[in-house]
Design a protein around this ligand. Sequence first.
Ligand SMILES: *Cc1c(COP(=O)(O)O)cnc(C)c1O
Length: 237
Amino acid sequence: MPESTPTEGEPDLRDRLALVRARIADAAAAAGRSPNELTLIAVTKFHEAPLLRELAALGITDFGESRHQEAREKADALADLEPTWHFIGQLQSKKARQVAAYATVIHSLDRASLADLLASDERQAEGLTIDTFVQVNLTDDPARGGVAPGDSEALAAHIAALPGLRLLGVMAVAPNDGEPRAAFERLRRVSQDVRQSVPEATAISAGMSNDFAEAIAEGATHLRIGSAITGNRPVQR
Ligand SMILES: *Cc1c(COP(=O)(O)O)cnc(C)c1O
């Protein structure tokens, strides 16, 4: 799988990352928030390990991946860096335990049966947890990942009661159509619902390359930013 070759004049990785960080700082300031409240997750799906290594050298500690096979290969290749791995893609039940072997955070927990598979008495006994987000589907299409907004609080309560799992908060992708700000405002209300049952689940995973400023304005704490940092994705393998 070849990395995309930068075309002449394209800003390099360092410049793109600096620009994203500056735009995050601007959006935080505009929202009256501190950038320290924000976790930047570099989404590196389809990119090879050397690019992640470059990002680590530029201070990135959190990587987002959406496909298990690819994520596991990179987790092996970069084990010496001990990064935080965020699994952000739709998760098949049969892959759940394998993902739990390397993922520190799973953003795409959207059903109780999947949570049950990820729960672990042994992990709990060792004092360890996998951090999780309830993924909320903000579209009208049930085939998209995520639980319906109205079912989020019940799923959150279910997860919070399981051994070896900790619920950080809610996650969503803004629908392709419509205003991202309105979608994130809705997610913020879902977050408030969830906190009725799980008060410590205060985090909000929202905001991608094209909408992270809107997400920050609506309280996002975990930004999942890919192409604005990495440049265009290489051809899918
Ligand atoms: C790919 C992906 C991202 C990053 O998208 P960009 O538009 O490249 O920033 C964020 N979240 C999820 C769930 C993704 O699949």
